[in-house]
Design a protein around this ligand. Sequence first.
Ligand SMILES: [Zn+2]
Ligand SMILES: [Zn+2]
Length: 171
Amino acid sequence: MMFQQTFVTATTPTGGETRPSVHRRADAVVSLIAQHRAAASASRRFADLADRSLAAKLAAEDAAVETGLSPFERLTCTAHRRWIHQCIASPEHASPVTGHRWCRDCQCAVTVAIDELTGDVTMACPRCRRTPKGIATRQIVSACRASLATVHDHRAQPAPSMLHFGERRPA
Ligand SMILES: [Zn+2]
Ligand SMILES: [Zn+2]
């Protein structure tokens, strides 16, 4: 009788919620090690790039994507090894699947205009002249604005006021 009762109590909790905190701490350490490994291999990947601030950001964002950053929110492009505003015009950045740089009405790639001077980023379909609505367009515009601002920040000594980069012009 005694034995059976013990047996039942021991096998009942199957929830997974009741893991000892030691295991949770071990998980945190493992994920920290994974982050360090990812960062180290990423910085080796861009060791040959002359622009060291670009290389550092590429490495940091590659590692961040592995631990949860959306690839569509990064300021650098790991495929072209550039700041995103420098290669967003490439055909590889137009995707009918995700809707990035894509006009669904016209089934064609959308053009991105980058104004390096003012930091302005605008998108328009070459056929219907409209800007596709939705999160894909917002992600591209904000990533390009941020990458432009970062590059200008690095170049300018001392850094000029970047206030105008945050402003959104009425479409
Ligand atoms: Zn690219
Ligand atoms: Zn269109």
